[in-house]
Ligand binder design. Structure first.
Ligand code: C2G
Length: 130
């Protein structure tokens, strides 16, 4: 069984997120999504989410490509996550290209997938505020 992992905030879930999750799942048989907690988002990414962690978790768990959702509480947990969940492939959108190559030293593939252009949570918020 090939196990894949990806990380994110996934606020105001949209088709760009779904495109990423679908392609990530296609790289294996089991997809772990590590979801940024409200505290991590606020402290480390300066993001104030519209949906709470529990609400974002429930939405992700309803997606056919997602097998497990766990919390992302800090930047450093990726290395231990990969070992704890026996991950074969780490996947992120290419806005992160190069940032996580060090994880290859943990024996897993690192894949950056093209982002879906023209859609983002920020774009949605801006459009709704017009
Ligand atoms: N994404 C995408 N296309 C978009 C928007 C997002 O492919 N139009 C991808 C991002 O590249 C990321 C994932 O969807 O791989 C989740 O996006 P965010 O919720 O914005 O995640 P981010 O805030 O980048 O958190 O430790 C890593 C961080 O938790 C990543």
């Amino acid at each position: 069984m090939k196990r894949v992992i990806t990380y994110g905030t996934f606020d105001l879930l949209h088709y760009g997120h779904i495109n990423l999750l679908r392609r990530a799942k296609a790289l294996g048989d089991y997809l772990v999504v590590v979801l940024s907690t409200d505290e991590f988002n606020w402290k480390e990414k300066n993001k104030k989410c519209y949906f709470s962690y529990e609400e974002r978790k429930m939405l992700l768990e309803a997606i056919r490509y997602v097998d497990l959702v766990i919390p992302e509480e800090n930047w450093e947990q990726k290395k231990s996550d990969i070992h704890e969940y026996h991950i074969d492939t780490f996947v992120m959108g290419d806005d992160w290209v190069g940032k996580f190559d060090y994880l290859e030293d943990e024996g897993c593939n690192v894949v950056y997938l093209p982002r879906t252009p023209e859609i983002s949570t920020t774009q949605i918020k801006n459009d709704l505020n017009k």
